[in-house]
Write a protein that binds this ligand. Structure first.
Ligand SMILES: Nc1ncnc2c1ncn2[C@@H]1O[C@H](COP(=O)(O)OP(=O)(O)OP(=O)(O)O)[C@@H](O)[C@H]1O
Ligand SMILES: [Mg+2]
Length: 335
């Protein structure tokens, strides 16, 4: 990372209520012609805890690399708290703290030195850096390890040290690229706690993750990125509500009546004269639905799971076996 140089100069368009991060129509084509980002737009509100979810190769690290100035963008724009990254790079960079995926500190230095030297690199005077290092090491539960050789820290401690280091410049936006990849659940939970504290103290956080559980436990908003495009974006709660709904396509014997029956808790739509689209809570009993349809004179010949883009995406993300969405036979009673 490049150290910031001149004193902060607010961009002319830096508004008080500007998004912490605003990305518009971002495209990235690498030298080998791989189009890693194909027009990504997103806003992250100040104070938000935001997750960027996506499978391997989706473009998450590319996006983070561009935002933190490690990767050049091909097209589009990025601003951080209203400061345009391309026009005011140093000022924008001073607002960001980055925790890269790989451990990249000197294992033969002591945590306190790693923190103080890092801050010095960004122009923080030594005395002030020492004060900040104490605050950050305490927050990361590493104070008693301040002067041991970093090599001797546990895996989880090393990860927390990476976060403490990024916090030394007092960033308004903390960006973490898969901070918990490959760490066990106990360490992960400890890190979640640290991150929640940092966010509660006012720092906006964006993280990338493969773990839906992590996003669920930490984040208020999220975007799902797949093959260089945002495929879903919004509040975590709204997304989880969607995931509790299951959709089927029912092939009907004969033609559907003009007036479809009302079945409580479900949404029925005729896609054509003999195909019924039904959405229902995952926990709902299908037999009850078939019985109600039967009462209305609708006989189901066969059914298919409606392919759910989000679900498929999550299935891939969480590594479970994909449902293939092929024809299923309806329950005995109605077949
Ligand atoms: N330096 C590079 N040069 C060429 N292609 C690259 C480079 N970095 C990434 N890519 C390609 O860009 C695409 C997006 O990669 P990126 O690392 O952004 O994905 P990701 O979402 O971070 O994946 P992961 O979850 O595996 O970390 C992939 O096809 C990748 O091979
Ligand atoms: Mg990555």
């Amino acid at each position: 990372m490049t150290p910031a140089t001149a004193s902060p100069t607010a961009s002319p368009n830096a508004a008080h209520a500007a998004p912490a991060l605003s990305v518009r129509e971002l495209r990235k084509t690498y030298d080998n012609k791989v189009q890693a980002l194909k027009g990504v737009s997103l806003d992250v509100a100040p104070g938000d805890f935001f997750a960027l979810l996506g499978p391997n190769g989706a473009g998450k690290s590319t996006l983070i690399g561009i935002v933190s100035s490690l990767v050049n963008l091909s097209e589009g724009s990025v601003s951080i708290f209203g400061v345009d990254l391309q026009r005011h790079r140093d000022a924008a960079m001073r607002l960001i703290g980055l925790v890269p995926q790989e451990l990249n500190f000197n294992m033969f230095e002591k945590p306190v030195d790693i923190l103080v030297n890092y801050a010095g690199f960004y122009g923080v005077p030594r005395e002030e850096a020492l004060k900040r290092a104490e605050v950050e090491l305490k927050r990361a539960h590493l104070w008693e390890k301040a002067t041991v050789m970093s090599r001797t820290l546990s895996g989880g401690m090393k990860r927390r040290l990476m976060i403490a280091r990024a916090m030394m410049t007092q960033p308004r936006l903390l960006i973490l690229d898969e901070p918990t990849a490959g760490v066990d659940i106990e360490i992960r939970r400890g890190m979640w706690k640290t991150l929640k504290e940092i966010n509660a103290a006012g720092t906006t956080i964006i993280l990338t993750t493969h773990y839906l559980e992590e996003a669920e436990s930490l984040c208020r908003n999220l975007a799902i990125i797949d093959r260089g495009r945002i495929v879903e974006q919004g509040p975590m709660k709204a997304l989880l509500a969607k995931l509790d709904v299951e959709g089927f396509l029912l092939d009907i014997d004969g033609t559907l009546p003009a007036q479809l029956p009302l079945i409580e808790g479900t949404t029925l739509t005729a896609t054509d004269d003999h195909t019924l689209d039904i959405e229902m809570p995952r926990a709902m009993d299908l037999n009850r639905v078939f019985a109600a349809l039967g009462d209305a004179g609708i006989r189901v010949r066969s059914m298919r799971t409606k392919s759910n883009r989000l679900e498929e995406l999550f299935v891939r993300l969480t590594g479970e076996n994909a449902q293939d969405g092929t024809a299923q036979t309806p329950p005995e009673q109605v077949a």
